[in-house]
Design a binder for this molecule. Structure first.
Ligand SMILES: Cc1ncc(COP(=O)(O)O)c(C=O)c1O
Length: 427
């Protein structure tokens, strides 16, 4: 590309950010997405449509088949390019390009994240990951000695550890429920939380999609039950945001945290926190601000010097997400999971550890082969077939976790099922 064209492209990206007419998404994908849209058949096979989406991800051509998109996801090319342009520009003088130019992109980004989350932008803080978002809430809540928090043994370790630290430091009581997943009965789950409540219970912590094995928790029903009893609810949406088709306020919770580098496919190191408007003032920021008791959500963004390039490239991931639509994405990813899992179930010795019903799971499913430990199956998949998954051996969950994404091809999943078949035959 000539220097002048490259300069113009860079100026367009910096001037209007991801939300101008000349966004990198528009430059790279608008035409192909438009043509693909014309191929969409609500009643039938849409593999041609999905091949356009797959091609937009360089990871779809990777030699290693990545089936751990639940851990962290690759970005489509538009997001990679945006990050590249922002990084190269910032390298010319971050104190000017980051602090004076890119900084102006934060409010439009907040607005678009709020649109995606179906909420008020004044309830959204942009940060670096779900751990930061949820630790901000956990450590920011004004809890007293003896106050009780109900979570589960299947919440994410970083959040369980945060609650344990509050227990040690502040004398709160941290209770953890246990479940035998999969469970295809919301009432059973709601009842377990309800039965653990005492007059001292102040908080319920819920993991929207349980990372260990993919169970979708009935967040709204738990929140409604908790509200009737004056208890606040925190939701860990690391695996649900930009995958399940919901609006954050519909969950009826009080606090929500997520990473954006999982299903939104934003750059690694991007996250978001949502706090219900009337609760913002009482949450202490984790990293101090000059107005710690303010009701302005921006008090949580005094994070020191960090990459505004990563933050700004989130915008292109939102463009990409909107180009597909969350409902369509949820249905596709669930279809991909069901596609491989139903084939795998035909193999003698194979067990699926996750419900295949769309109300109870989406992208993630656990699989095991009788006679093999999760780590053994995970290693065989990688060493013999170059398939990357993750072995889970935790509490009652003993399986390999498999997570496709929109860029995963049916042929990739056939390759995976073929590998399971060959491994199962040798056990
Ligand atoms: C349920 C859940 N919550 C939170 C996290 C933490 O995400 P991050 O590492 O982006 O902070 C993860 C990571 O996999 C997770 O699975």
């Amino acid at each position: 590309m000539s220097n002048r064209r490259s300069f113009l492209k860079k100026s367009a990206v910096l001037g209007m950010g991801a939300f101008g007419a000349d966004s990198i998404f528009s430059q790279l994908h608008a035409k192909s997405f438009e043509s693909a849209e014309k191929l969409w058949n609500p009643a039938g096979d849409n593999e041609q449509y999905w091949s356009v989406i797959q091609d937009a991800y360089t990871a779809s051509k990777s030699e290693i088949l990545i089936l751990n998109n639940g851990g962290v996801s690759p970005s489509p090319l538009a997001v990679q390019k945006a990050l590249d342009v922002y990084n190269k520009t910032a390298a010319q003088g971050p104190s000017y390009y980051m602090w004076r130019v890119m900084d102006k992109g934060r409010e439009p980004l907040r607005q678009r994240l709020a649109t995606l989350g179906g909420c008020d932008p004044e309830e959204i803080a942009i940060n670096r990951n779900a751990t930061e978002a949820l630790n901000t809430i956990i450590f920011g809540l004004p809890l007293q000695k003896g106050d009780e928090v109900i979570g589960t043994k299947f919440d994410y370790p970083n959040m369980m550890n945060a609650w344990r630290q509050r227990q040690l430091r502040d004398g709160i009581v941290y209770k953890q429920l246990s479940f035998d997943f999969p469970i295809e009965n919301d009432d059973e789950i709601v009842k377990a939380y309800e039965e653990a409540i005492t007059p001292q219970t102040k908080i319920i912590h819920i993991t929207h999609i349980v990372n260990w094995v993919g169970q979708i928790m009935p967040v709204k029903k738990i929140s409604q039950m908790a509200r009737r009893r004056g208890i606040e609810v925190i939701v860990d949406g690391a695996h649900s945001f930009a995958l399940l088709d919901f609006k954050i306020p519909d969950l009826e919770c009080d606090y929500f945290g997520t990473s954006l580098h999982k299903f939104l496919s934003a750059p690694v190191g991007s996250g978001m926190m949502w706090i219900k408007k009337d609760k913002i003032a009482k949450i202490w920021p984790l990293v101090c601000n000059h107005e710690p008791t303010s009701a302005d959500i921006r008090k949580f963004e005094t994070l020191g010097t960090r990459s505004f390039c990563i933050e700004q490239a989130i915008g292109e991931a939102i463009n990409f997400q909107e180009g597909i639509g969350t409902k369509r994405k949820q249905e596709r990813v669930h279809y991909l999971k069901k596609y491989w899992a139903e084939k795998a179930l035909q193999i003698p010795g194979v067990k699926i550890h996750t419900s295949l019903k769309p109300e109870y799971s989406c992208a993630i499913a656990g699989v095991s082969i009788e006679g093999l430990k999760p780590t053994e199956l995970d290693s065989k998949l990688f060493n013999d077939f170059k398939i990357h998954t993750v072995g889970i051996s935790y509490e009652s969950v003993q399986c390999v976790r498999v997570t496709p994404h929109v860029y995963t091809k049916l042929s990739d999943l056939d390759r995976f099922v073929g590998a399971l078949e060959k491994i199962a035959k040798k056990v």
